[in-house]
Design a protein around this ligand. Structure first.
Ligand SMILES: Cc1ncc(COP(=O)(O)O)c(C=O)c1O
Length: 374
């Protein structure tokens, strides 16, 4: 039988089915009614060391809502980690604001705080950091710079639920955090997202805008130009069940990463993910960079792994490498050289919680064989 080892698979159990059935049986299926939305928001905010949670229809809409709540608009400049899912940039562009891509640190692959100050202009309004692949950003220097220049800090936490920076969960270190619950995320609602914040007016503004900004006394006299970015109660029921097992999921992700790192550590041609002394990395995906003799051979390596039934995926293509933005004259290829190098040479291994130890051993053996043959 041919093996098929996927990069990830959701971890859905009986409780998800039970809570979803409960929502269904009560006809509580929309984004306005039902107990699970507020239960999930409160429990997730609590888990993330934050006061308030606002559930949304996706991570992308959470990001857009965050910018709306912060009143970021036309011609404002936002410093954004260049190496990310382009949703981080799209949200800025939806608002007519201008994203300024920031290059990465070589080891964590997160935004390099040392570059930030040189990119600040009188128009800069915010810094949007991304806790990439589960490793928290070095937040202290980011926060110092933000406070010095009176900038907001938005945390894109889509890949890092439960990641810890210096003893504190991510999502509430900056002004506003944005999570995704897409099917391959640490916990999932199929599609979905969440804003987290400790700022009550921000939370309330986001809550109003995500629900068409209906009026308080006369519902149909709207308070603002609203959006429908609501998560449904049905999705929240699944999320609430997922949250009960989030630490089990993270522990398994960490065990998988530990295994890979132990076995691959002495290969000079691989740059492995790390965990800084200040961090708990939740290892959303085990993402590696090909170095030395393997540099430039990504397509071949991924193809050979697939022939052995092992699915892998290429790393992100940064903002400054995207044709759609270069063509518009918004960025140049050479803006962020470190991110370009990683983008061309990175991929991730199967990282789902359903992986068996035997499958992990198989992935490692095949990868080493392939790398030795290069
Ligand atoms: C860093 C990052 N930001 C934003 C998103 C967008 O989230 P969603 O797919 O839920 O819209 C994703 C993932 O999809 C992501 O990885």
């Amino acid at each position: 039988m041919k093996r098929e080892i996927p990069v990830s698979k959701p971890f859905i159990g009986e409780t998800e089915i039970q809570y979803a059935n409960d929502a269904l049986s009560k006809n509580a299926i929309s984004g306005f009614f039902g107990e699970y939305i507020s239960k999930f928001e409160t429990a997730f905010a609590n888990y993330s060391d934050c006061k308030y949670g606002v559930a949304t229809s996706s991570g992308t809409t959470a990001l857009h809502l965050a910018l709306l709540a912060l009143s970021i608009g036309k011609d404002d400049e936002i410093l954004v980690a260049t190496l990310t899912n382009m949703a981080s940039f799209f949200a800025v562009i939806y608002q007519g604001a201008k994203p300024i891509p920031i290059d990465i640190e070589e080891d964590t692959l997160n935004i390099d705080p040392n570059i930030l100050e040189s990119k600040i202009s009188p128009r800069t309004k915010a810094i949007l950091v991304v806790h990439l692949f589960g490793h928290p950003v070095n937040m202290d220097p980011v926060m110092v710079i933000a406070r010095r220049h009176n900038l907001y800090v938005i945390e894109d936490c889509a890949e890092a639920h439960g990641a810890i920076y210096k003893g504190k969960k991510i999502g509430g270190i900056g002004d506003i955090g944005c999570f995704s619950f897409y099917a391959n995320k640490i916990i999932t609602t199929g599609e979905g997202g969440m804003i987290t914040t400790n700022n009550y007016p921000l939370a309330e503004k986001a809550r109003s805008l995500k629900g068409l900004a209906f009026g308080d006394t006369n519902k149909f006299m709207h308070k603002d130009i609203g959006y429908n970015y609501r998560m449904t109660n049905l999705q929240a029921a699944i999320g609430y069940a997922q949250l009960e097992k989030i630490e089990t999921i993270i522990n398994r992700k960490r065990a998988i990463a530990r295994y890979y790192s132990e076995k691959l550590n002495n290969l000079e041609c691989l740059q492995l993910p790390i965990e800084k002394s200040y961090a708990r990395n939740v290892y959303w995906m085990y993402h590696m960079v090909l170095r030395g003799k393997a540099n430039g051979h990504r397509t071949l390596i991924m193809k050979k792994l697939l022939e052995k039934g092992i699915e892998t995926r290429e790393g992100f293509i940064p903002y400054n490498m995207q044709d759609i933005f270069i063509k518009r004259g918004w960025t140049r290829l050479e803006d962020c050289p470190k991110a370009n190098d990683v983008a061309m040479n990175s991929f991730y291994l199967p990282s789902g919680t359903s992986l068996t130890n035997e499958e992990l051993a198989y992935v490692v053996t095949k990868l080493i064989e392939i790398l030795e043959s290069i």
